[in-house]
Design a protein around this ligand. Sequence first.
Ligand code: ZN
Length: 736
Amino acid sequence: MVITNGIAPLTSAPSTISSLQPPPPPPQQQQTTPSSLPSVKIEDPLPYVSLKTGLCYDVRMRYHAKIVTNAYDYTDPHPEDPRRVYRIYKALAEAGLVDMKGASGAGHIGSKLMQHVPAREATREEVTLVHETKHWDFVERTATMTQDELVEETDNGDSVYFNNDSWFCAKLSCGGVIDTCKAVVRGDVKNAIAVVRPPGHHAEPYKPAGFCMFNNVAVASRVILKEFPDQVKKILILDWDIHHGNGTQRAFYNDPNVLYISLHRYDNGKFYPGGTFGNYDKVGEGEGEGFNVNIPWPCGGMGDGDYIYAFQKTVMPIAEEFGPDLVILSSGFDAAPGDELGECFVSPAAYGHMTHMLKSLAHGKLAVVLEGGYNLDSIATSALGVTKVLIGDAPMPLTNVYARPEAVQTVEKVSRTLARFWKCMKIGHKIHDLPEAPPVERLHDIIRKYQASQLFAHFSMTKLPIFRDRISRSFEDQVLCTPGFQSAKTVVVIVHDPPDVWTEPDPVTGQISLHETFVMDAEIKYIQWAHQKGYGVVDINAPAVFTDQEDEGYNVQAALQDLCLYVWDNYLDLSDARNFVFVGVGEACGGQVYLLGHREVRERVRAAIAIAGSKTLFPIVPIMDEFITDWYYKNSLVLTSSNHPMWDQSNGSKNPRKKYGNVQRTEYETMNELLIGKYSDVIAFAEEDIEESSSEEEREGGPDRKRLKNDDRSSNNNEDEWVDAVTPGSAPAAFL
Ligand SMILES: [Zn+2]
């Protein structure tokens, strides 16, 4: 039996479980359109708007439920809760989209806006278009298993539960989705939403998984391609459930007729379903290469701006180039606020906007299919936002349209990867393979050579020899010093990332014009300051990658830590300097903080300045000196950009702990702005400490040489020997 609301069902199939039949329908309403025919006449000037939006909903899908085995199941029900579908139906009814008569959805479904698409059980023939027969046979067996067997299968399965009604509900859910898609393809409705469960997109061809038994969307796609070969040759499946639809991807991985696009949390392969199958480089295989698009978010907290950005930059251009005949939306609502599994913030307004964009494809033939989503309030309001737009309402205004850096970076990686397959993605992406050997030279190395020549020309700075096998050879040219710094009373040690380069790539080819490319090397201001003051300078550049192919396993932080200790042990600690000022810039601050924690530095290091920008903050680790954390907090100045992730309270970030030093948020966003904008503050901070230390020395009657007495290594120091090595021909102690 099939429930009708006075509108004859579009398809019908007998139920096998008569005891589950809902109550009889209410009295039939006046009917103006013969329901067995499409409600649009051929001469209708606006055939699309004259049609209703389909709604597939059947209360019997609530019968699939987790068997209660302990008290905990009552207090904390399984997230794939039978109430999910009802709560969505209720929200649609309360919003007036379907008539309220029989709010349970058992009887009257439909309204002047929506048309009921009855659910019916999918057949073995349909389901096995995607799933192996042993998979079908297994789910069938659950209908007659004992309770103990069901509990055992639940415990052994991959995040899926069974009762004796699961089999029926899985078929009903799948059949409902098939008929929803058919109704859209035939033009019985203009578009539709299937509010069904159990969901489907994790179900693999060979096994149930992730609350899913049959892959509803995959089965429906196969049925449509088979039964409507003339009308539907290409299907786009857009999956915005917060989890990757591994089952759907698998079903069409070799198929160029089905474009699968998924936006999901990936978290470096740690987010369910886990592994690398959901990464951006999984683009399909064989003929299907390029027809699989993963947009893998690296973390939670993604919101409207991020999703809209991904849609505008990647999803819609590729979808338009593909030109589908039907769009099926795997619509989980677990990226909505309040979902404990998803931890994201996609609003009903954003769901509406994305639906609006998808409606522009395939002559509006869009079938929305419920997947996950576990906060009952969130899925209800999200589904309402989608359904209103399906019917024809305008999407609600968006309040947050800014994409986070993580989203922009992810979308860029996806676009670059797909530029091999889609013309629209080639724009701004130059596809080429670099030769491994010369004449190719990394711009970083060229810039460092230029820096070295400038530092020599202005400040007579030259290479500081690094004789140590363990240190990567890529560092050889990266440590420069002023002549005679070892005799200077004060030495400024600058440990920095390579300078920022600003450019405007050609918008079509992605190529860079050297005339429009600028190196912004604000660090030179700091060297200039030290030079004018007569301080010695040691400048350490930390390349993030290096070009020496023989030196494999390079890790910038490990190499930098090693190098900083080396420079301290072999040069700085043995020098005459009574004051050291450290200035770290960018990720390179890691090497400096490591050194401060691993050597006894408190007596001579006056200030540790870290200009971190938006880069990592490094905690000091007290290896040599238990008081170093307090010392670091008092003597450091750690400057971050205004947009540093640590200030984003929505991520659950707290104020930094003492071990990160005296961290301050600035108003600047880029490293270069920060270096220039905070220049005066930084040198004032450094000079204050240097002066303090000098006046202390005067009070104590001369330079503090206690350290030298306690450290016999210094007596082995032959200054002349390494002065010659550093600055041949120059007078020592030039800056004292
Ligand atoms: Zn999900």
